[in-house]
Ligand binder design. Structure first.
Ligand code: ADP
Ligand code: MG
Length: 605
């Protein structure tokens, strides 16, 4: 049987693992990264950049760079999530004909499923490269709080990437699996997940191989990027104080600051002090300015203490909801890259009164768990049974707009539940089945998943017809609803295509397009990347040349002037990566020449 890969499709980073030779291994992507930034950019020429390449140009190309698309997947345009994204990200969010939130980049609208599929495809390719064979089956993880439409949409993203999604499982469940939680090791688990942009805390109860989400909470806008921002603010403020320049205005500078701040933060998880070094961050009358600063772990902890503190509120909330105390936990599991930070581990230890489990990398643990589950499904791993539960209740609307639950929240799936309904008026010719999901008593307050009619009922007094409504939820949490008139045997059925989703036709079209553009090879991506860097470099050399060119020797001035014009031409006419790279190197040389001349001149003065 072919292998089933495990994918953690994260808000900021994604990761792929495979169960291979008796254990789950994380597979590096084409650039060698064990995780892949969940970033997709569309270049001027319509190419897709995915991962680190896309992330590296995000600040300088914000409108065409889609970050954190997971926040939009399966969401409506008028949902709070879409509104939040619209206020935080520079790319534009548009309303699709079916009311979903899509993104508009350059000339085209893209569904979040399609953008996600670019990331999934890259991970799929990494796995194929590793195994030396085609991969078509996957398990993808989602947050415990995802409802049906987000899960369906994630599954569709997999299909668009050429993957049959065998299961959609909860991230905390995957993390617990990676720690070997199974029928033998059961109990109560607190899964603390602090990622790049989101915080989730989930209480899992594992009994007889069944994983039940007892409670889940968090903060959808709290994560590593907030820590990076705190560092950036220190650097920008100090730079302004010394040089009178506001770096916020300089996109190129901000991109470099962002990368440097994140790197410094990560280094401070293992060292107590680090050096931030950004030569040529800005140009003033006094010449090019450098930013150099030592940052200590203590300083980082001081400016971020409040962020860490903010994770503890939701921790208390889930315990209260489940009627439990920290001491009831059998194990605390850390997930998310940010939990590598010692101060975060300290805060978790303080709250739960125990050390968290370690041993699996927190930014890989979810993918490892998904791969383990893949191993179970393909028969490689024995003895672990995995059953999940429904995140929210499912039911139908009944007389008076009341929501009648058929499948309560936290029901173990797969499951089939049926109930008999009848008509409300005499000679009613049809019944409408309105399928909803949620916990509120009135239908209107819950989320509508589907609506369909069972027609041609024979005339009968009210209350006499017997209509059997059956819910079937498969192991992925995908819902199918059937209505059957017991008198005539007439039946009507829907697979809940959730109110949010792509139609089969749309999926077919996107798959065809993807196949047709398979030639989007690495070279074109490399070219786009180098063009970007060249454009940025040309911009800054041209600027310093305009500001400071008069301090250069006559001959140098002519040379650099020619070089700028020539680079400009190459940028717009040339496709050859080698030529582009040489031009970039030449310009870098020019930047140094200008800097040298300016220093020499000011030393003479
Ligand atoms: P998500 O699940 O949100 O997609 P991750 O779990 O990969 O993301 O977490 C990403 C965050 O973790 C980023 O902000 C990254 O800077 C941070 N991170 C990664 N490694 C470290 C480290 N060694 N120390 C501190 N933070 C780290
Ligand atoms: Mg994550």
């Amino acid at each position: 049987m072919s292998r089933i890969i495990g994918i953690d499709l994260g808000t900021t980073n994604s990761c792929v693992a495979i169960h291979f030779d008796g254990e789950a291994v994380v597979v590096a992507n084409a650039e060698g990264g064990r995780t892949t930034p969940s970033v997709v950019a569309i270049t001027e020429t319509g190419e897709e950049l995915v991962g680190a390449l896309a992330r590296r140009q995000a600040v300088t190309n914000p409108e065409a760079t889609v970050l954190a698309v997971k926040r939009l997947i399966g969401r409506r345009y008028d949902s709070p999530e879409a509104r939040d994204c619209a206020s935080v990200y520079a790319y534009s969010i548009v309303e699709a004909p079916n009311g979903d939130a899509w993104v508009h980049v350059r000339e085209r609208d893209y569904s979040p499923q399609e953008i996600s599929s670019f990331i999934l495809r890259k991970l799929k390719e990494a796995a194929e490269e590793y195994l030396g064979e085609e991969v078509t089956r996957a398990i993808i993880t989602v947050p415990a709080h995802f409802g049906d439409s987000e899960r369906q949409a994630t599954r569709d993203a997999g299909r668009l990437a050429g993957l049959d999604v065998e299961r959609i499982i909860n991230e905390p469940t995957a993390a617990a699996l990676a720690y070997g939680v199974s029928e033998e090791r059961e109990g109560l688990f607190a899964v603390y997940d602090l990622g790049g942009g989101t915080f989730d805390i989930t209480l899992l109860e594992v009994r007889n191989g069944v994983f039940e989400v007892r409670a889940t909470s968090g903060d959808t806008f709290l994560g590593g990027e907030d820590f990076d921002n705190r560092i950036i603010e220190i650097l920008v403020r100090e730079f302004q104080e010394t040089h009178g320049i506001d770096l916020h205005e300089e996109r190129m500078a901000m991109q470099r600051l962002r990368e440097a701040a994140e790197r410094a933060k990560q280094e401070l998880s293992t060292t107590t002090s680090t050096e931030i070094n950004l030569p040529f961050i800005a140009v003033t009358d006094a010449g090019p300015q450098h930013l150099a600063r030592r940052l200590t772990r203590g300083e980082l902890e001081d400016v971020c203490a409040e962020l860490i503190e903010r994770t503890l509120g939701p921790c208390q909330e889930v315990l209260d909801f489940a009627g439990l105390t920290p001491a009831d936990m059998d194990e605390v599991i850390l997930v998310g890259g940010m939990t590598r930070m010692p101060a975060v581990q300290e805060a978790v230890r303080g709250f739960f009164g125990r050390d968290a489990s370690r041993g699996v990398n927190p930014d890989e643990v979810v993918a490892v768990g998904a791969a383990t589950q893949g191993g179970v499904l393909s028969g490689e791993v024995a003895d672990v049974l995995l059953l999940d539960v429904t995140p929210l209740s499912l039911g139908v609307e009944t007389a008076g707009g009341v929501f009648t639950k058929l499948v309560p929240q936290n029901t173990t799936i797969p499951v089939t539940v049926a109930e008999i309904f009848t008509t409300a008026v005499d000679n009613q010719p049809f019944v409408e089945v309105h399928v909803l999901q949620g916990e509120r008593p009135m239908a209107a307050d819950n989320r509508s998943l589907a609506r369909f009619q069972l027609v041609d009922l024979p005339p009968a007094p009210r209350g006499v017809p017997k209509i059997k409504v059956e819910f079937h939820i498969d192991a992925n949490g995908i819902v199918e609803v059937t209505a059957l008139d017991e008198a005539t045997g007439k039946e009507q059925r829907v697979r809940v295509e959730a109110a949010s989703g792509l139609t089969e036709q749309e999926i077919g079209r996107i798959l065809e397009e993807a196949a047709a553009s398979k030639e989007d090879d690495e070279e074109r991506k490399a070219r786009a990347d180098i063009q970007n860097r060249l454009r940025a470099m040309l911009y800054s050399v041209r600027k310093s040349f305009a500001d400071l060119g008069d301090r250069l020797e006559e001959e140098q001035r002519t040379d650099i002037g020619t070089m700028i014009d020539e680079s400009d031409r190459i940028l717009s006419d040339e496709d050859d990566v080698v030529v582009l790279r040489e031009t970039l190197e030449g310009l870098e040389g020019a930047a140094y020449l200008i800097a040298d001349a300016v220093y020499a001149a000011s030393a003479e003065e």
